[in-house]
Design a protein around this ligand. Sequence first.
Ligand code: UGA
Length: 444
Amino acid sequence: MSERLSVIGTGYLGATHAAGMAELGHEVIGLDIDAEKIERLSRGEVPFYEPGLPELLRKHVDSGRLRFTTDVREVAEFADVHFIGVGTPQLKGGYGADMSYVDAAIESLAPLLTRPAIILGKSTVPVGTAARLAERVRELAPVGDEAQLGWNPEFLREGFAVEDTLRPDRLVLGVDPANPGRIEEVARRVYAQALARETPIVVTDLATAELVKVSANAFLATKISFINAVAEVCEATGADVKDLADAIGYDERIGRKFLGAGLGFGGGCLPKDIRAFMARAGELGVDEALTFLREVDNVNRRRRQHVVQMAERELGGKLADAKIAVLGAAFKPDSDDVRDSPALDVAGQLHLAGAHVRVHDPEGMANAAKVWPTLDFADSPEDAVRDADLIIVATEWKQFRALDPNVVGELVAHKRIIDGRNCLPAEEWIAAGWDYRGLGRHSA
Ligand code: UGA
């Protein structure tokens, strides 16, 4: 059955969710305060890189099932279910989450709700937010108790956002047990297709639903920092972290995923979510419960420093005037997102240390140039590596994994490479005469 939905906030999460819901057969209106973004989306243009999304967006802008607006009144009139997908970035000067966008969304929408409506929060928020907002909606909405708020966290990964939206591995729905209303019934209609495929759904209280999201990201961050901490020990002993991860990963209780040692995690979610989680635990008086996340963050930050130090060592202790090609700027492949990107951080640090750094990224260069306008960007990997004294692979794009060590060897001044993501076929590079260094590997 087709529902009339709105998605408030059309960034990575909201734009994908809006197009995904249209693909599932619903009628969708997307709202954002950024008029330029809305204009581009209305023309069927995605303002960021996400594989498969431009096709889906265009399909449903054309089919008429998906449209965009900057007018919240239009949204309140049109939709019966409102998803909140605005950002909750790290507060400037603090670890907590900036809730101003979520609050503004509720403050502008709720007073316009004159007929029964369901609001489903998707943004990642500090635990306790949903209960506060549910109360606020009841206060502000002319329809009173008939405006109900639940929490429905989102687990999509950039680069796989379309797939994760259309075929999620689980659904989580938080409702206030004392006041469940129609929220579950409506959510089950919206997600009818996924539920028909027997996608697991966990219906729980609001606080648990909020905590599920941050706990999932904290666990993933911990897994990555765990293997990176072990990589440090491997380097001190001559052991190999990739063999080690394969071996422990065969244990189903551990699993091989997210045991990729390298430059560590970045992006708009994992780093800020673990910090906001710590900040919230502090406010709740249980900060000791999460002090380990500080160490997870520290291990992660050390990776970037470590690669800069490796580069210095490779170059005989002198970074100034060395020519370094950094392959990668995005925080991960199949994304143009450079928020808290390890790759861009390394490039920037080398640049500040006086090296001539040339960066190439298949999709992330425009965003990278906004953060580091003084970096030198190259149009192709070949262009980036020409005459380089050292190459650093910092994001594991498939284009970089496929580079031919013999061809690249003809272009550089010195055959030295640091594989910051342990993603290259090491033996081939070594066989082609390269001084190859992985992270936490035999050749570190
Ligand atoms: C992450 C979660 O994976 C999603 O489930 C969640 O919905 C999303 O945050 C969010 O909160 O919105 P995402 O930030 O797109 O998704 O990226 P991930 O695939 O989780 O990668 C995060 C970082 O970890 C990247 O920098 C990646 O390079 C790094 N990573 C990942 C490793 O260093 N090693 C690994 O083994 C895996």
